[in-house]
Design a protein around this ligand. Structure first.
Ligand SMILES: *[C@@H]1O[C@H](CO)[C@@H](O)[C@H](O)[C@H]1NC(C)=O
Ligand SMILES: *[C@@H]1O[C@H](CO)[C@@H](O)[C@H](O)[C@H]1NC(C)=O
Length: 291
């Protein structure tokens, strides 16, 4: 059986470039499908309340305003996202020095200006992609954007705390994004979607994904096991790079535990979505963030 492996980033022109990368993989073949440039949406989510996820930014191209990925605010000058958001670049963004991209913080409805938005343009020279990002297995799918001008913190724009491995967290987490609401959907979302997912044990992730799941660098999360069969919550194309946010066991503070990375299509209970395990990269983040 072939596995359709897709990263959760958005494609602008809906042309699937099948890279014909057939990887021999356990029971069968993995066909790598690249969408270029990237974008994904939350499956079975609901409209977020404006300002309820102030940690999230939309990453867009300047010219086409394509909202292709999400990111998390670590501090006024640093955004954390997925490496694959910047490895398959739109054709008009091949020049490293060109300010081809922008982040929009405080965003809610992509089509309407609401007064809370803050935009900072950037180029590839502001992006640090993990030096060992593996595009075939999505290992080390992590990148930082170093902003040239700082964000102004407000009720709509706030940094998220990195996971503190010592405090523990609940297995319920929230994801959000402007990605597709079902795979290959022609509809683009305008209002930020959010949904709840359950973070599964390494054993469960390994049972579902086999050797594609790398416990040292990945987390898998999907529809809470007590939810109905019909409503399988997940991330999808265009959500890539956005945060997987959990609460600590004590208190209401949100912690960044994962980065939306990849999966098997969108919204299949058998294949829970895969996330970069932020805990494994705390030193990398400290080394590479500025200031
Ligand atoms: C932050 O506020 C200053 C002063 O109002 C403004 O000039 C700047 O553009 C703001 N930054 C962003 C990212 O919007
Ligand atoms: C996705 O959105 C479209 C347009 O709003 C809608 O017709 C479709 O049913 C939605 N799909 C899901 C899985 O909610």
């Amino acid at each position: 059986m072939g596995l359709l492996r897709v990263s959760y980033q958005h494609f602008s022109c809906l042309i699937l470039i099948i890279t014909s990368t057939f990887l021999s993989c356990g029971s069968g073949m993995t066909i790598e499908i690249k969408i270029s440039p990237p974008t994904g949406k939350i499956v079975h989510g609901t409209n977020a309340i404006h300002g309820s996820i102030p940690y999230l930014v939309s990453i867009q191209t300047v010219h086409q305003q394509l909202a292709f990925c999400g990111g998390a605010i670590l501090d006024r000058m640093t955004i954390l996202t997925a490496a694959h958001c910047f490895t398959d670049r739109p054709s008009d963004c091949l020049e490293d020095s060109k300010d081809c991209y922008k982040i929009v913080a405080g965003e809610h409805d992509l089509k309407h200006y609401e007064g809370s938005e803050q935009t900072v343009v950037f180029s590839m020279s502001n992006v640090v992609v993990h030096e060992h990002y593996d595009r075939f297995h999505y290992d080390n799918d992590i990148a930082l954007i170093r902003l040239k001008t700082p964000l102004n913190l407000s009720g709509y724009v706030e940094p998220i705390a990195l996971i503190d491995p010592d405090i523990g967290h609940t297995d319920r987490a929230v994801i959000a994004g402007w990605g597709k609401n079902e795979s290959n959907s022609k509809h683009d979302v305008e209002i930020l979607q959010r949904t709840e997912v359950q973070i599964f044990s390494n054993q469960h992730c390994h049972n579902q994904w086999g050797d594609d799941y790398h416990a040292e660098t990945m987390i898998c999360a999907g529809a809470p096991s007590d939810s109905s069969q019909e409503l399988v919550t997940d991330a999808c194309q265009g959500d890539s790079g956005g945060p997987l946010m959990a609460r600590s066991n004590t208190g209401h503070k949100r912690y960044l535990v994962g980065i939306i990375s990849w999966g098997y299509d969108c919204g299949f209970r058998e294949y829970p979505g895969l996330y970069t395990k932020v805990e494994a990269y705390l030193k990398w983040i400290e080394r590479n963030r500025q200031g």
